[in-house]
Design a protein around this ligand. Structure first.
Ligand code: MN
Length: 228
């Protein structure tokens, strides 16, 4: 096939104990899906339903590793999240059938330029540059549903330089994975290869160059990044 510029490289995320990889199509994220985080961001978890934003597909960084401190921010934040990898899609998917769309689960970090996000909120501007920057979505190897099922409870945690910063439980999610898939699919058509970041518990905070971040979810393994 002739193309006038080089074809974009595929973006691939590792699948645990498998040589075959997961090709990323789109990345969507849920805002404020844990009540205690909604509160720490100045929101009201009882009255504000979660909302969606995106990251470019090549923001995904399979397996974590080294992340350069991004430009245009002086307040880079971590947010540990359960990541859902879709094996099937559709639109207006009913909650009852939504989990059938899930290929597997992983641990991810929704890296955020908090200063740009605060400015965008103030001015009513888009979050794109606060959320969708290069390498802003490190993600661990995906574990297929066939091996892990659909985790509904389990610790979700994040350490910076060995100190605990976030520690919650998947049971605290305001909207379940099935509800997230169902709701998101009323806005866009979902498809195999989509990654969904499902929100973060409280304790978000800044990273600086030299920080080593380790995070994990019970049953889904761990993810490490080094900020340089
Ligand atoms: Mn997030």
């Amino acid at each position: 096939m002739a193309t006038v510029v080089p074809l974009p490289a595929p973006v691939l995320v590792a699948v645990k104990d498998d040589l075959a990889t997961f090709p990323v199509r789109r990345i969507y994220c849920v805002g404020r899906n844990y009540a205690d985080h909604a509160r720490e961001m100045g929101g009201d978890p009882d009255r504000e339903p979660p909302f969606f934003f995106g990251k470019p597909r090549d923001a995904a960084v399979s397996g974590g590793g080294t992340i350069e401190y991004p430009p245009a921010t002086s307040n880079l934040h971590y947010e540990v999240e359960l990541v859902v990898a879709l094996g099937k899609g559709g639109s207006s998917i009913p909650v009852a059938g939504a989990l059938d769309c899930v290929f597997g689960y992983a641990v991810g970090i929704d890296l955020t330029r908090r200063d740009l996000q605060a400015r965008a909120k103030e001015k009513g501007q888009p979050w794109e540059m606060a959320k969708g920057f290069d390498r802003s979505a490190p993600v661990s190897a995906i574990i297929p549903v066939s091996r892990v099922g659909h985790p509904r409870t389990g610790a979700i945690w994040l350490n910076v330089n060995g100190e605990t910063r976030q520690r919650g439980d998947l049971a605290q999610m305001t909207w379940s994975v099935a509800e997230i898939i169902a709701q998101l699919s009323t806005f866009v058509t979902l498809a195999p290869g989509d990654l969904l970041f499902t929100g973060t518990p409280s304790g978000v905070g800044p990273l600086v160059s030299g920080d080593r971040v380790r995070c994990g979810i019970d049953g889904l393994g761990e993810l490490e990044i080094a900020v340089v």
